[in-house]
Design a protein around this ligand. Sequence first.
Ligand code: IDP
Ligand code: MG
Length: 383
Amino acid sequence: MQASSAQDGRYSFICEWYDNNAAIIRRYQFLFYPNDNTIEMYDLKNRRQFLKRSQCNSVHLKDLYVGSIVNVHSRQLTLVEYADDFTKRALTNVKQKTLGLIKPDAISKFGPIIDMTYKQGFVVTNAKMTRLTRGQAEEFYREHSGKPFYNNLVSFMSSGPIVAMELITNNGIGEWRTLLGPTDSATARSDAPGSIRAKFGTDNTRNACHGSDSMESADREISFFFGQPAAFPNNASLRDCTCCIIKPSAIKEGLAGQIMTAICNEGFEVTAMEMFHMEKANSEEFFEVYKGVVTEYMEMVDELTSGACYVLEISSPSGKFDNVAKAFREFVGPADPEIARTLRPRTLRARFGVNKVNNAVHCTDLPEDALLETEYFFRILSQ
Ligand code: IDP
Ligand code: MG
């Protein structure tokens, strides 16, 4: 059919696209040329070119791994397998998935920790704030059962919220453990002062984060948390709350951790958080109220499906804000970041937004919709 991958250094995958209109899954060969960041697609069923080789700025080499969801001209494609040996050899074992956990002692530091994660070059492909029951903590750490610290460890791990994250990068398992530092937080402070455990850990047990130690554990631990979503409900309280979405474009800019940190520093409390991969139909439904009102409606819909987003339940259990939806709306600032920079420079959109569509975050506009929007994600879409 076409020139071979080894000749021109291109990567080849089989991808699937769910065609909503026809309600069927379509399969394509997906080719990525790293030299000029172009892609090309072949329809496998009809054996013909589907997309002429063309520039695609939404796909990068770091997005290419089996299981990745990429966005091509507003279509969400899932890369389901390698289509040739060159690609397989070049990418398996190089791209490694690992499981990262933010433990209960460091939950208030999730913003800075997630920021360090992105700065280290990781892509976060799944994330959920949840809790471990005692039984789940026992099961997760069963390799340590019988050790003197086991009981303490299990009590600690089930004592409060955690964030489970599926992370991926080149040599991800080792990279994440290096970023964590030594198990004992005190040793981390002396031997690896820039590490996560040095900065955020407390002692030998309460050491801020977990990381898988091998490919086998990574597989087991990722399916432990993300293979049975119902076992790990989100933490949403769905009371006196509002909804914040950290948009795909801001995540791609590496800003997610900084935005989370800014929200917490302002005194808002993040009582639930989960990563979602929005499909077009859901995105349209969610932004329905803006249809015919905001000229950028279609672009907003496309932006929200262009990659993963984080959804946060924002509330104020400590009572700092009487009307959290209104206060958060003010903190987010005007929809247009240019206007925000002039009029409200301290707001999130002034600090992190680019333009009206890539404006870093969505927040509920009308206080009376706040609960509905929060429920849309944490009750309807969350599994
Ligand atoms: P790791 O988390 O660095 O992989 P492991 O040896 O797998 O370390 O231990 C799992 C967890 O058990 C540690 O992260 C820490 O919370 C706790 N732990 C490990 N060793 C000790 C110890 O000697 N005393 C107290 N707690 C420990
Ligand atoms: Mg371990």
